[in-house]
Design a protein around this ligand. Structure first.
Ligand code: PLP
Length: 398
């Protein structure tokens, strides 16, 4: 099922009926990524991280392709309510929220029979869910967010997420939750972002790459022990923990090797944005991107596109820029980069003219869909469908 990567004329022909700019999915490559991610996860169920997709059509396709994909990991209660209203179920909200109306909307779907987990790491969040679930006359499931960062001497290796960092802290929190009405703690999630989202083969980082690899090797057993001990301690205290979620695209192998884990979360690997090109142990296919129109040529070998400044979130740096993809050998003008309304590119080839498309890959996965209302779905050299993104659905959650 391996497909060669397309070249510029392939994409130019396939998308010739699209109005520029547009965002695209190469369905042949997406299907291959779906297959390869399932293979990497062996038999462990995969929860789809919606944050890294933000398009219902794509999430439906993944869920339909293989029963190993089960449930969605959302990022806001309003999103969970929206997805529930569109027929999705088994929705784990990976981030806490203190917005009453949003929690209420999600609770209404719980009452109607949907399975939704609310993320908590403090009593304030859990108490609010309890109050709202009580007023809606339903019971809400809670998921404890276990922090997975690791403190090495002089180095904090990880991200700042949850305040719960140990089995003892988890048990003490669980004891408080037990006193609340209409909630049940039945899930634990730990997101080891420093393993899942950090490449170890980044171009130009000759010194950092081996250091990152070593740090990951040292952190993995610490993470496994913390997650395993926390789940065991909670169960020992009487909690019926049925879901233990971990990981992301870059950590599938280490996450599934933990005995306590019941499912792994995966999002970015489906589209495989260019940030995910830089891992030594897997390579997914560039299945999504956007195309801009060359609208002028200010000098020989300089081609200026309309739009393009879609910089990815997080710590800043050149790596967060979209990557000019096809035709090959395009580069930015250092002082301008991809701009708010235009993007000049250096190109010393024969494939571009005024009016031509240029294909780019976003640095991160789901953020592409915040820029476009639709994705042009291409299969076998033809556009076969157009799918609304969340933006196209008129939705904006955070
Ligand atoms: C809490 C959490 N877990 C897992 C993931 C999945 O990560 P990735 O998109 O790198 O596969 C994400 C991000 O989407 C996340 O926010």
């Amino acid at each position: 099922m391996t497909k060669n990567l397309p070249n510029y004329p392939d994409y130019k022909n396939a998308f010739s009926g699209e109005q520029l700019p547009f965002a695209w999915i190469d369905l042949d490559l997406l299907d291959q990524n779906i297959h390869d991610l399932a293979t990497r996860a062996q038999n462990t169920p995969i929860r789809i991280a919606s944050k890294s997709i933000r398009c219902r059509w794509v999430m439906e396709r993944i869920l339909e392709t293989n029963k190993q994909f089960q449930g969605l990991m959302c990022f806001h209660p309003n999103e969970a309510a929206f997805l529930a209203s569109k027929g999705f179920d088994d929705l784990l909200i990976a981030y806490p929220c203190m917005q009453q109306q949003a929690i209420k909307e999600a609770c209404k779907h719980v009452k109607a029979g949907k399975t939704i987990y609310f993320m908590v790491d403090s009593i304030e969040q859990a108490s609010l869910v309890s109050e709202i679930a009580s007023s809606e006359n339903t019971k809400a499931l809670l998921c404890l967010d276990l922090d997975m960062s690791v403190d090495f001497p002089g180095l904090y290796f990880g991200v700042y997420r949850s305040s719960i960092r140990s089995p003892e802290a988890a048990v003490s929190f669980y004891k408080k939750i037990k006193l609340l009405a209409n909630v049940e703690l039945c899930a634990v999630m730990g997101y080891e972002a420093q393993i899942a989202g950090l490449g170890d083969q980044i171009p130009g980082k000759l010194i950092e790459n081996p250091v990152v690899k070593k740090l990951k090797e040292r952190a993995v057993p610490i993470i496994a022990e913390r997650r395993g001990n926390t789940v065991a301690a909670l169960k020992n205290e009487g909690a019926d923990i049925r879901v233990v979620n971990g990981g992301g695209t870059g950590s599938i192998e280490s996450t599934i090797s933990e005995a306590a884990v019941t499912e792994v979360a995966v999002g970015s690997g489906f589209f495989a944005p260019h940030l995910f090109d830089y891992y030594s142990h897997f390579q997914h296919k560039p299945a999504a991107g956007f195309a801009l129109e060359v609208t002028r040529q200010p000098r020989k070998k300089i081609y200026t596109c309309s739009g393009g400044g879609y910089i990815a979130s997080g710590s800043s740096g050149d790596i967060k820029l979209p990557k000019p993809y096809l035709p090959k050998r395009l580069s930015y003008i250092k002082n301008e980069g991809p701009g708010e309304v235009q993007t000049p590119l250096k190109y010393n080839g024969k494939l571009l003219n005024i009016g031509s498309p240029v294909f780019f890959r976003h640095c991160k996965a789901g953020e592409l869909c915040e820029r476009f209302t639709q994705l042009a779905i291409m299969q076998n050299g033809e556009v076969i469908d157009h799918a609304n993104t969340y933006r196209g659905d008129g939705q904006c959650f955070v």
